[in-house]
Write a protein that binds this ligand. Structure first.
Ligand code: PHB
Length: 398
């Protein structure tokens, strides 16, 4: 006999998805069953090319649980963690299983935009909060009224970088971004802001998401003789970009590297060597952020995960857990739409600085910092030197 799950994850994904969506309504009352638990379904890229992101997020979620206990509003918190390996089709199938079989009350994780986009329609259908802890394309929160974001948005950070570049006499730039949604956002929002202030983007290059070879693109950059290269690549890929930047002699040719902060993410910046010194980036989190909350977070993270340094993916996951648990406390574990409502307007001190959830857009509001890679205590850090406070996503005011 074919089960509901067989129908949901059968060989013909489109047909199966339609059948699944139709049947989901019938099983929703079962999901609401109250066994005194709060189940959180967590989808992370724990294997594959984005495994460093999954590992950071997983470590931070576990740290949050260890620090805050495993119950809220009289319910035991149960994490159901699954590996989507960075593949949107797998993420969709696993989300179906989490909703139908595991009967989770909320979905969380989403280290890449395509993963969040693949699952968002299921959250709408199941009326279930979907907390985006990693993905950063502006439109992610518009994919479902059940999406709440604890990570950041690419337009938030690249517009601040464009302003900094103009103020620092950078006039001619080549942009080089990964060819998928957040890369396209980076290219667009950087270019619009930079051009409006009198700068010129002389060439816009896009590299593939999977196994990118930066060398031919960097050769083109070198030939264009810009003042600076503006780059975006997702967390984990910056080290390869940096290596090839030097190998192609762009540093010697006097081309400055400015980048969206994922390029020098804290997971890898210390492995980059001297070539990274002086690279200017903008982002919402640096492990060297100078606050008591961050110092306590970094110390606890390093103690629990020797050899690792938390990056912005870890902080997005840590703060996302707090959003979920606070919402469950407020709603006494009601779940569903009430839980999303209870996340709107939440505000607290994060390791990154003060944050809040914009009640109108369900998107994150936080500081964006301009940072420079510096050596301190024998290690490389993203040292923050300017702050733009309480920034909303510029992508929402189109
Ligand atoms: C995304 O896919 O939205 C994403 C992933 C990694 C990043 C930034 C954005 O570093």
């Amino acid at each position: 006999m074919r089960t509901l799950r067989d129908l949901a994850v059968g060989r013909r994904p489109l047909v199966a998805s339609i059948v699944w969506l139709a049947l989901l309504g019938a099983v929703l009352p079962a999901r609401a069953q109250d066994d005194g638990k709060l189940r959180i379904g967590v989808l992370l890229p724990l294997t594959g090319p984005f495994a460093s992101t999954g590992k950071q997020m997983d470590s931070a979620i576990r740290l949050f649980m260890a620090q805050n206990g495993d119950s809220v509003a009289g319910r035991r918190i149960e994490l159901v963690v699954k590996d989507d390996s960075g593949n949107p089709d797998i993420a969709r199938r696993l989300a179906q299983e989490l909703i139908v079989n595991d009967k989770v009350h909320a979905l969380a994780g989403f280290g890449l935009t395509p993963l969040a986009m693949a699952v968002a329609p299921l959250a709408t259908q199941a009326k279930m909060p979907l907390v985006v802890m990693g993905a950063a394309t502006s439109s992610v929160t518009e994919a479902s009224p059940f999406v709440v974001r604890s990570s950041f948005t690419v337009p938030q950070v690249v517009t601040v970088l464009a302003d900094w570049a103009v103020k620092n006499n950078i006039r001619r730039v080549v942009s080089l971004v990964t060819d998928y949604a957040p890369g396209v956002d980076s290219e667009r929002y950087f270019s619009q802001r930079f051009t409006a202030a009198g700068g010129h983007v002389i060439e816009a290059l896009r590299v593939p998401l999977r196994s990118p070879d930066f060398a031919p693109f960097l050769q083109k950059v070198r030939d264009g003789k810009p003042d600076a290269l503006f780059a975006f690549v997702p967390a984990g890929q910056g080290a390869a970009l940096m290596k090839q930047f030097t190998e192609r002699g762009l540093d010697k040719a006097g081309i400055q590297l400015i980048a969206e902060g994922s390029v020098t993410d804290d997971d890898i910046v210390n492995t980059m060597g001297d070539v990274a010194l002086g690279v200017v980036t903008t982002h919402h989190y640096s492990a060297s952020h100078n606050s008591p909350t961050n110092k306590a977070f970094v110390d606890a993270f390093v103690k629990a995960n020797p050899g690792m340094r938390p990056n912005f993916m870890a902080v997005g996951a840590y703060d996302g857990m707090r959003l979920i648990v606070e919402a469950a406390r407020k709603t006494r574990g009601a779940g569903g739409e009430a839980m999303v409502e209870a996340m709107k307007g939440q505000a607290f001190e994060s390791p990154r600085g003060p944050i809040s959830i914009d009640a109108a857009t369900r998107d994150i509001v936080h500081n964006v910092y301009v940072r420079r890679v510096e050596r301190s205590g024998g290690q490389l850090w993203n040292a923050e030197f300017e702050t733009v406070r309480d920034l909303k996503d510029p992508g929402k005011s189109r």
